[in-house]
Design a protein. Structure first.
Length: 110
């Protein structure tokens, strides 16, 4: 499972609509992420540089990317910034694999 930490801003159009018709966006966000094959772990409205933060989990990178494309492409949000978080257990597995790969890699300039 890959964790996606996504921050972003609502568009001017979205803010106008939410002022006219207040809504809790969690249901729609969770529905989109579930339809894409993921799960929402947390969803926050934030103050500062970003208006929201969604922490989600996906088995497949394509699934995670597809949900981000829908969110970005439909006009309600802007300035999406996603960080992929990896468990320390998975990092240890990657380090073990990297150790084996390093012996056959020639770095630039050597």
């Amino acid at each position: 499972m890959t964790i996606y930490i996504t921050r972003g801003n609502y568009s001017e159009h979205a803010f106008h609509g939410m002022l006219e018709h207040p809504e809790d966006r969690h249901e729609q966000v969770a529905k989109l992420i579930k339809a894409a094959g993921g799960k929402v772990l947390a969803h926050y409205i934030t103050m500062g540089q970003y208006d929201f933060e969604v922490i989600s989990e996906f088995d497949d990178t394509i699934d995670g990317l597809s949900s981000l494309l829908v969110a970005a492409g439909t006009g309600g949000v802007t300035n999406l910034n996603t960080t992929i978080a990896v468990t320390t257990t998975d990092v240890k597995k990657a380090e073990e694999k990297a150790r084996k790969l390093a012996a056959s890699f020639k770095p630039a300039g050597s």
